[in-house]
Design a binder for this molecule. Structure first.
Ligand code: ZN
Length: 241
């Protein structure tokens, strides 16, 4: 059983009528419904929950944290950023979605600005898998279309060790590294860009399949505290004598 926490800022999808029409119970609920599976124990939390939805009880029992945020990145406390980064270093999986590219947690884990170009145009996006044998791509066609999306374009300021799983091409001409993996400490991270709140992207089967695969991929295989221990020598050091 993998315990998944879907964390959503839950602001625009709570207050903006046109977005409420697409996600009447919030993006987190749509994702939960779309990802339900017998081997997953999925719960949702939101920014306005006690302790910003990130109590010790929740974080300590989370195998994979899914993160959707946009308008309130700055509200996440630095202490919660530190706690999440530490959890990832210790093995918790992290899936950062769409505008989460600019979240403090993703920036902290990347060590870069994570900036990109964007355009809210409702244009077509074509995704291409360039690692067809990667577990995140299992059961998903090599290429598929999101009919209407927000354009996210290069240059995406992410570190050089990001492994590209999906590339996107947009009707308006740009390209983007839309699905990338990183490893930090013992933790695995997947960033996936589709998911703009004004389009029903989290109901699309290919998108849900990729996130679902990413949960299994990011689930911790090993956990441990990252520290810098002082250690005794295992064998005699003769050159000192
Ligand atoms: Zn967006």
């Amino acid at each position: 059983m993998i315990t998944v926490t879907i964390w959503n800022e839950y602001r625009q999808d709570k207050t903006v009528e046109s977005i409420r029409k697409i996600y009447p119970d919030g993006i987190h609920t749509a994702l939960k419904n779309g990802l339900e599976s017998p081997d997953l124990n999925i719960r949702t939390t939101v920014l306005d929950d006690p302790q910003q939805g990130l109590s010790d009880e929740i974080l300590d029992s989370t195998d994979v944290l899914i993160w959707w945020a946009h308008a309130a990145h700055h509200e996440l406390t630095d202490e919660n950023v530190r706690r999440i980064v530490e959890k990832v270093h210790s093995g918790m999986g992290l899936i950062v979605l769409h505008s989460g590219h600019y979240s403090k947690i993703f920036q902290a884990l990347c060590g870069t600005s994570c900036s990109l170009k964007w355009r809210e145009s409702g244009e077509k996006e074509r995704l291409w898998c360039i690692q067809p044998f990667h577990p995140i791509a299992r059961g998903v066609p090599e290429t598929f279309v999101v009919p209407q999306t927000e354009m996210y374009g290069e240059r995406f300021d992410i570190p050089e060790d990001a492994r590209i799983i999906y590339m996107s091409w947009y009707e308006g001409g740009e390209v983007f590294r839309s699905g990338i993996t990183l490893e930090r400490g013992y933790g695995k991270i997947f960033y996936f860009s589709p998911g703009h709140e004004s389009f029903p992207i989290y109901y699309q089967p290919e998108i849900l399949q990729i996130i679902s695969n990413a949960i299994r991929w990011a689930a911790p295989q090993c956990r441990g505290v990252i520290n810098a221990p002082k250690v005794p020598n295992l064998e005699p050091i003769r050159s000192k004598e």
